[in-house]
Ligand binder design. Structure first.
Ligand SMILES: [Zn+2]
Length: 321
């Protein structure tokens, strides 16, 4: 589970805002991850996502390849090859940098049309987010109908949240916005509904599953220095952490890891009266290491100050035995 741009100050601000309560703060093991990428101290979501997805530090803006340009296999692709089911849920376009890092291998995160084609690999069973424009012939530069090609491969294409419950297919591509989803205040419980549906589908597989859930807009609101909207996004993401932990507690075999790809906004919590006041020190990403929270089998391995790439290796070693 990736809170995009979610630094410790973001989470603690949401904890205070939420009446001294945050689900991720109840997870028993914590670490700090260094987020620098191959060519910069301050990373982006492409290189940050790629480090977590593939275990390789890469250059700023790259997706699913190392700093020499070699394609690197992701946790999601590894899980699929091992016979597991796979899913992704995000509030951004599903071709945006973080989800892209788990399915695509391109030198530039802005190659959104190319990233959409990566879903034809069939490595993702269920993906729910935005980004419809990159799948439609009238919006793509090459005029390809990627949505139809996905249907031919057996995917149900869903564009209306009201239809999601009724879909019986175990392969679903949900495209619920032309680009990114609306802010939390407008989209409502999209994240919780999508995560519940995705879990329901992929947890049927006796070989297990790999799921990536991204609170994509924590980062976007932080770029815009919008304090309350950022906290809405973070608490929406935290509600998904609750769903994951409830599932993992019942299941007993599921590892839940909550990470961030980098911090966004240089958020500071200053003293005001007897409480705190938020102050953004940047409208961009920063270099500060980010917290990692873990629960479940192997979670005790997530401790100390680690590299973002170590998150890949720990999950890989626990998932593939
Ligand atoms: Zn990011």
């Amino acid at each position: 589970m990736i809170g995009d741009g979610m630094g410790l100050a973001h989470s603690y601000a949401a904890y205070l805002y939420n009446g001294d309560s945050l689900v991720m703060f109840t997870m028993p093991y914590t670490a700090f991850a260094i987020t620098s990428c191959a060519d910069r101290k301050v990373t982006d979501s492409g290189a940050g996502g790629t480090a977590i997805a593939t275990g390789h530090k890469t250059n700023y803006g790259c997706i699913g390849m190392d700093d020499k340009g070699n394609a690197r296999i992701s946790l999601l692709e590894i899980a699929k090859r091992a016979g597991k089911s796979t899913a992704m849920v995000c509030t951004s376009s599903i071709t945006h940098a973080t989800p892209a890092s788990f399915v695509a291998h391109v030198s530039d995160r802005d190659l959104q049309d190319s990233i959409a084609l990566a879903y034809l690999s069939g490595n993702v069973d269920v993906v729910l987010g935005g980004g419809r424009d990159n799948f439609m012939p009238d919006k793509r530069k090459d005029g390809l109908n990627v949505a139809d090609s996905l249907k031919e491969k057996g995917y149900a294409i869903v564009t209306d949240m009201n239809e999601l419950d009724e879909v019986k297919s175990d392969r679903i591509v949900g495209l619920f916005a032309e680009n990114h989803l609306e802010p939390f205040a407008k989209r409502g419980n999209f994240m919780e509904k999508s995560m519940t549906k995705a879990l329901d589908v992929v947890s049927d597989n006796e070989e297990g599953f790999f799921m990536m859930v991204e609170g994509s807009k924590i980062d976007m609101e932080s770029h815009d220095n919008r304090y309350e909207r950022m906290m809405d996004e973070l608490l929406d993401f935290d509600a998904c952490v609750r769903i994951a932990l409830d599932f993992a507690r019942k299941d007993g075999h599921t590892l839940v890891v909550v990470v961030a790809d980098h911090e966004t906004g240089g958020l500071a919590l200053k003293s005001k009266d007897k409480g705190t006041e938020c102050e953004w020190t940047s409208d961009d990403h920063t270099a500060i290491p980010v917290p990692v929270y873990a629960y479940g089998p192997g979670s005790e391995q997530f401790r100390g100050v680690i590299q973002n790439t170590d998150i890949f290796w720990k999950i890989y070693n626990l998932m593939i035995k």
